[in-house]
Design a protein around this ligand. Structure first.
Ligand code: ZN
Length: 354
């Protein structure tokens, strides 16, 4: 379902460090300068679009759309997360005045099968198991979008279930984006990639920067000789070399979200088979045997390993291409975020007929 996207350009020999913002900018300019200009002009003329991000949990929805915004036009493109919106509402409910405003809004705008009382209770007692009614989610998204200036939106977290797909057909009318193009962005990432991303994730307790001990370390790596383990220090100068820590439950990897994955897979397949709405396919991995033809080496996610030199009291860092088994059980490379965002830029230009 997910075609391999060619990001390799014949004759372009220059290499880039894609973790360096300056070099990343140059990379996008060289590989997609034409498309970037077209998209910027499109936004400058006051046009917008709505993109629905559909992919498994931790598949990089936020990363890709934020990188798109960063490259094209941060002032006009926004990543809209339904999960974040619900978390904000949690806070609103604790504030007496805001709580009343929310109830007033729902009384005027909500139509559905639950009473306002039941809705508030559902919002307050929300666990990951109980899904909020779709009619409520829609009313809340509408309220949130009406508060802002009209922007291009990457919507993350809607549709979340099969029954919500039908609502996307009429969604832009509902939020007052009637004439604006809309399309699905489907994301395909091998489960092994998501698993390792979670297992080796390290987060700064001060600035919340998220890194990865195996796949995306900071520049400062240290060794704890008592525990016999390597750890990362935060690069952010304001954090004063604080130690990055694993989050609770991360060592389990994808185990706790496996069941959710099955649902997401169905959702992706269902969205892909819908007529009348354009689709963009983002693919994270490339089979090893075909990588040379499609991508440049520096676009592939490296794997880092470390060695402790006792005498010198020094950590040696080793880097090599990371090889994983994809969902088809063949050896594959995982792409860095930049080349995937590059394919997003190129495909969106096409979908919009620019
Ligand atoms: Zn930090």
């Amino acid at each position: 379902m997910f075609p391999i996207f060619k990001t390799k350009i014949k004759g372009l020999k220059k290499k880039f460090d894609l973790n360096n913002p300056k070099e990343r900018k140059e990379y996008f300019g060289l590989k997609a300068g034409k498309e970037i200009k077209k998209l910027r002009d499109y936004f400058k003329k006051g046009n917008t679009f709505i993109a629905y991000l559909i992919g498994k949990k931790n598949s990089g929805k936020g990363t890709y759309s934020k990188m798109f915004a960063e490259i094209i036009d941060p002032g006009r493109v926004e990543h809209f997360s339904v999960g974040d919106m619900i978390r904000e509402i949690d806070k609103e409910l604790k504030d007496k005045k805001k709580r009343k405003e929310l109830i007033d809004f729902l009384e005027k705008n909500y139509r559905g099968w639950s009473s306002i009382k039941e809705l508030i209770l559902a919002l307050e007692k929300r666990s990951t198991k109980t899904l909020l009614p779709t009619e409520l989610i829609l009313a809340l998204i509408k309220r949130e979008i009406a508060k802002r200036k009209k922007k291009t939106l990457f919507i993350d977290g809607f549709p979340r279930d099969l029954d919500q797909i039908n609502f996307t057909l009429f969604f832009r009318d509902l939020i007052g984006y009637r004439q604006d193009p809309d399309f699905f962005v489907l994301i395909g990432v091998p489960e092994r990639v998501i698993d390792e991303r979670i297992k080796h994730r390290r987060v700064c307790p001060v600035c919340q920067t998220s890194r990865n001990l195996k796949l995306f370390p900071t520049s400062k790596i240290e060794y704890d000789s008592k525990k016999k383990e390597f750890y990362l220090l935060c690069d952010n100068p304001q954090c004063k070399e604080v130690k990055l820590l694993p989050k609770e439950g991360d060592s389990l990897g994808i185990k706790p979200i496996k069941r959710r994955f099955k649902k997401d897979e169905k959702l992706i397949a269902q969205a892909a088979s819908l007529y009348g709405i354009p689709k963009v396919f983002l693919r994270n991995s490339v089979p090893k045997s075909r990588a040379l033809e499609f991508v440049d080496n520096y676009e592939i996610t490296p794997e880092y390993s470390y060695q402790w030199l006792e005498r010198e009291k020094k950590v040696v860092v080793k880097e090599k291409p990371w090889i994983i088994l994809n969902d088809e059980k063949e050896g594959a490379y995982s792409l860095l975020a930049a080349p995937v965002a590059l394919s997003l830029i190129k495909q969106i230009t096409k979908v919009l007929n620019l």
